[in-house]
Design a protein around this ligand. Structure first.
Ligand SMILES: [Zn+2]
Length: 418
């Protein structure tokens, strides 16, 4: 068996790993780079397994449209991937890039096999829940007497809406564990302390009648954030306030969440339409906002859309705040610049200085260093390949686990025999 990391080697973005035996070849994920670039990846796969719908794991599927690939993933991964691909095409077309249109996304929709257990060319494939986002899976491949486990993006910790991955479900002592390492060098505060910080920041700004901008991804983070604020207002933990989501894409995904509540926590399953919020309103346009307000909107990194517009509008007022809930921000992100340099550039190239309080509170859906070490300690892999993490993060993790497993941080296109 041979394993080749085709994307997501020593970086976050463009995840794709080829697993090849004498009789078959499978891709684990088929993602775009973080800037949305569709990667030129090999196309000769017998099946493509998509761990979850985030575009850095699924976006390059568009380039496979003519091949009618066999795509394996969970039902909600299929639904959300279709929507995210169409959204990506729309954004690219607006930029004048017409490489793809909706016909390719429609074609991809018809290529899925949504089962947790599958065999292709002598390779036995099994999927288990990974935490991270709704529908995310950990993949196990067994072939030629070898066992390979791929984490995709995962976390062990529970969030308010989703249970974390249960390590009992991950097959033990694999020959190779391919693990994400996004936060390989980082230990986060316990989740409840982060939530307290988040609610404190909201209360503080609400007291000053300021606006709060929460840039998020349309998929999962938006629903998690809206549900958290809705529940807090309902319980009297936060005062009543104007709270909005602005993203048609997020609104559509919220619909899937209501129809698939069996994917979520016990509390969510018991509610009727858990994602029909009582105190959070969906708006179509920023012009409909009644200030002061808390606004959850896209894009998650502030590159475009309502989040960039509201950042430009609200940055100048020290009573306003911006809450970044992602730990990772790409180097060219306006939000990163707003946080680190107290200024950023608008789409028109205007530089705006930032007086608003920009806080980063990492309510991440990824495992942190402690969870990653726990994964190695419980699963006991013979060899571990670290992917989906900047080299500093992967190296920091490697140092912590090298006495438990044989660690490798593969380079792109490095072929490793198993
Ligand atoms: Zn992800």
């Amino acid at each position: 068996m041979k394993i080749e990391v085709l994307g997501g080697a020593r970086e976050v973005g463009g995840s794709c790993i080829a697993v090849e035996t004498d009789s078959g070849k499978i891709a684990l994920d088929y993602g775009t780079k973080l800037d949305g670039e569709v990667k030129k990846l090999p196309k000769d796969f017998d099946a493509v397994i998509i761990s979850h719908a985030h575009l850095d794991h699924s976006g390059s599927l568009l380039s496979l449209s003519k091949e009618n690939p066999l795509i394996i993933g969970s039902p909600i991964t299929r639904e959300v991937t279709g929507d995210l691909l169409r959204d990506m095409i729309k954004i690219q077309n607006e930029k004048g890039n017409f490489d793809f249109d909706n016909s390719q996304a429609d074609n991809i929709d018809g290529c899925w096999h949504t089962s947790d257990s599958f065999a292709v060319h002598g390779m036995k494939i099994q999927l288990q829940s990974a935490g991270h986002v709704a529908g995310a899976k950990i993949t196990t491949i067994q072939a030629e007497g070898k066992k390979v486990v791929y984490t995709g993006d995962f976390c062990f910790h529970d969030t308010e809406i989703l249970q974390g991955c249960k390590y009992e479900t991950i097959p033990k002592k694999p020959d190779v564990l391919i693990s994400e390492s996004t936060y390989g060098g980082k230990v986060r505060l316990p989740r409840n302390e982060l939530i307290d910080q988040f609610l404190r920041q909201l209360r503080f700004t609400m007291k000053n009648r300021g606006n709060v901008l929460i840039p998020t991804f349309a998929f999962h983070r938006s629903q998690e954030m809206a549900k958290r604020i809705d529940t807090a207002i309902d319980a009297g933990v936060l005062p009543r306030y104007n709270v909005y989501t602005i993203s048609n894409l997020a609104n559509r995904i919220t619909g899937y969440y209501n129809r698939n509540k069996q994917l979520f926590t016990k509390e969510i399953k018991q509610q009727n339409s858990p994602f029909n919020y009582r105190h959070v309103k969906h708006l179509y346009k920023t012009a409909q906002i009644q200030e002061p307000a808390i606004v959850i909107c896209t894009s998650g990194f502030g590159h475009a859309g309502a989040s960039l517009r509201l950042l430009a509008e609200w940055a100048d007022n020290k009573n306003n705040s911006v809450i970044l809930t992602s730990g990772y921000l790409p180097p060219d992100s306006p939000l990163k610049s707003a946080k680190e340099n107290q200024c950023f550039k608008t789409a028109e190239g205007e530089t705006i200085s930032v007086k608003a309080d920009v806080q980063q509170i990492e309510l991440s859906g990824h495992a942190d260093q402690l969870e990653l070490i726990q994964l190695i300690a419980k699963v006991k892999p013979k060899r571990t390949f670290l992917v989906h993490g900047d080299i500093e993060q992967a190296e920091a993790l490697s140092e912590k686990i090298q006495e438990m497993t044989d660690v490798c941080i593969p380079k792109e296109k490095e072929i490793i025999s198993v």
